[in-house]
Ligand binder design. Structure first.
Ligand code: URA
Length: 268
């Protein structure tokens, strides 16, 4: 949508906020490559800048680079945002949510990032292990899209030995209330007396692994996601975060159907 030729009307800047991801309008405009910060100030004062189709003339205006739509004289200004890709080794009891109204610990409280990122999919409160975060909406969308079937591997600890027939059932797919699960790769973890199994799935339905096991009569005592595509929790203590390597991002992009050229963009 292009902005109308409305007359400039001063818009009060929002009150100062703790949101570190908001940037001043002049900085945003310089990030978009349109002009310098100083020249951007002039454009704002002259009423040539609109945020979400409202003219803004207050230099204290701050915008959310991922949400707000900024136009200069009718032309969209898109800031170049650095994409962040992180992995958290999620501990038990952290809830996968941006905020919890009951004040319980959330994964957001554990992720150390200057910029706002959000989790890719979710892990149950009691599930531990690999949880990815990003501010790249397209990447998050593709990784969680069933069409691309990016593999996720879990170490499952059951209360009793998993019978051979049950292992085969998991491999074929089991009936769940929201449809049969797709074939999974399943191995028995050596030395576990058959109580620990490795399960790799290519979908990501709610509580899927627990439900697969429960449907076959097994109580799941522990669930740990050990890998998401090429990303593992190796060397990362519980509760710790690290940036993904370029190779990991590139491989995840390949798995999520990005073209060769798109995969290499993470190298620049
Ligand atoms: N499957 C589950 O049952 N729980 C999770 O947290 C992830 C996958």
């Amino acid at each position: 949508m292009t902005p109308s030729k409305r007359r400039a009307r001063p818009v009060k800047a929002p009150p100062p906020s703790q949101d570190s991801h908001l940037v001043r309008i002049n900085r945003y405009l310089s990030m978009s490559g349109i002009t310098s910060r100083r020249k951007a100030e002039e454009l704002v004062v002259q009423g040539k800048v609109e945020v979400n189709h409202e003219v803004v003339t207050d230099l204290a205006t701050r915008v959310d680079p991922e949400r707000d739509k900024v136009y200069v004289q009718g032309v969209r200004a898109v800031a170049v945002i650095e994409h962040l890709y992180l992995v958290l080794n999620k501990p038990k009891d952290a809830i996968t949510t941006m905020s919890d109204e009951k004040g319980r610990p959330t994964v957001m409280g554990l992720v150390k990032s200057q910029r706002r990122v959000y989790p890719i999919g979710r892990l149950d409160r009691n599930t531990t292990g690999v949880l990815l975060f990003t501010n790249d909406g397209e990447f998050a969308h593709r990784l969680t899209h069933p069409k691309f079937g990016v593999p996720k591997s879990y170490k499952v600890t059951c209360a009793k030995q998993v019978a051979r027939g049950s292992l085969d059932a998991l491999r074929r797919g089991v009936d769940l209330h929201d449809g049969k699960s797709a074939p999974a790769n399943v191995v028995v973890i050596p030395g576990s007396k058959g109580k620990e199994i490795g399960v790799t799935i290519h979908e990501g339905r709610n509580r899927q692994v627990r439900r697969m096991l429960e449907s076959l009569g097994y109580e799941v005592l522990k669930l740990d996601r050990v890998a998401y595509g090429p990303v593992t929790r190796e060397g990362l203590s519980r509760g710790a975060t690290r940036s993904l390597t370029k190779a990991e991002v590139r491989e995840l992009k390949r798995m999520a159907g990005y073209t060769e050229e798109e995969q290499w963009r993470s190298q620049s």
